[in-house]
Design a protein around this ligand. Structure first.
Ligand code: RIB
Ligand code: CA
Length: 332
């Protein structure tokens, strides 16, 4: 049985790779895409989602435009990281004549109302999800699972010493969802996503496996690679969002634990996820926190599904590439 999923995203370079992976995964049926303000303003993100669907030959999937600002905070984009256009300034043409549906929040609610067993894969700020939950909380009884790329347990932040971008961009939305959602949230945080690094060698291998997909990936990640070098002195780029897709398909790729988690909405640590693993607050767990990841297993799945090729061959070459990189990366 395919898992029916709505992908709520802010494309965004890694969001785009996540969409490509979701559309290449037999476990998932993407019933719709909702865009939210985040990496780029929501109108750009919506257009970028359409560009990815065009590349994947899946313009049959409806795209809905959602919130254009966070619930309370002033909106701060991440165009320094993803480029002004949100796709690494790759300058890809807009999709013409495609219908952009408004009202992402209504789409989420209508879809949940229509049938049980819908999952939500949120790889941007949680503004759309929070607005839907505020509007008709009872409808979320039908939600199968929420997988959210965001937050961090023990890893340092990427927007402040403690805050990850999606929950920092709209901390009120994140806090509301963690407080009010009745089904557990699978938090795919920086503790695991930081280990998913797309390197020049892996990009080179993607192109040899599939020039079209590898070439497209190279085109949209060039800017992102430059950002990582300037910002962190890293040769490679962290692709956070595809791991959330892979986890939804193959949960065994990550290990974690249940805990009560709250999100800070004020002050110097705004956007921080406070994961109460030791249960100081004596509250029922509201989240499943991912702490370990099989990065080699992820990369195998990512390459095989996006580029095709024999998984045994991919495993062999990854063994060579990732072992060398692991040694080098760990040495730093
Ligand atoms: O912190 C990383 C997350 O913020 C990713 O989802 C990235 O696309 C941005 O939305
Ligand atoms: Ca994202």
């Amino acid at each position: 049985m395919k898992k029916k999923v709505i992908i709520d995203c802010d494309p965004g370079i890694d969001d785009s790779l996540a969409l490509m992976l979701a559309l290449s995964s037999p476990e998932l049926e993407v019933v719709g895409i909702t865009a939210v303000c985040g990496n780029v303003p929501v109108d750009l993100g919506t257009k970028n989602a359409l560009k990815v669907l065009r590349f994947m030959g899946r313009l049959d999937i409806p795209v809905y435009q959602g919130a254009d600002k966070p619930l309370r905070r002033e909106y701060i984009s991440a165009q320094d990281t993803h480029g002004k256009d949100g796709l690494g300034e790759s300058g890809l043409e807009d999709v013409q004549d495609e219908k952009i549906h408004p009202q992402a929040v209504e789409f989420i609610l209508d879809t949940l109302k229509k049938e049980k067993g819908i999952s939500l894969l949120a790889i941007g700020p949680l503004t759309n999800v929070a607005l839907a939950l505020k509007k008709e909380p009872e409808v979320f009884e039908n939600l199968d699972e929420l997988v959210s790329m965001g937050g961090s347990y023990k890893s340092h932040g990427n927007c402040s010493p403690v805050a990850e971008y999606n929950y920092w961009c709209d901390p009120d939305a994140a806090a509301y969802v963690y407080e009010k959602l009745t089904s557990p949230i699978n938090m795919v945080g920086l503790d695991v996503t930081r280990k998913i690094v797309l390197t020049p060698n892996l990009l080179e291998y993607m192109k040899r496996l599939n020039q079209r997909v590898g070439g497209f990936t190279e085109e949209i990640t060039r800017f992102y690679l430059d950002f990582h070098w300037k910002q962190e002195g890293l040769i490679g780029c962290v692709i956070n969002d595809p791991l959330a897709v892979a986890y939804m398909c193959k949960p065994h790729l990550c290990q974690g634990f249940d805990a009560y988690t709250a999100v800070e909405t004020e002050g110097i640590s705004i956007g921080q996820t406070l994961v109460d693993r030791e249960n100081f607050w004596k509250k029922e767990p509201n989240s499943h926190i991912l702490a370990e990841v099989d990065e080699r297993g992820f990369m195998e799945l990512f390459l095989e599904r996006l580029c095709g090729g024999d998984v045994r061959e991919i495993r062999k070459i990854l063994g060579q590439i990732m072992t060398e990189e692991k040694i080098r990366y760990e040495k730093n």
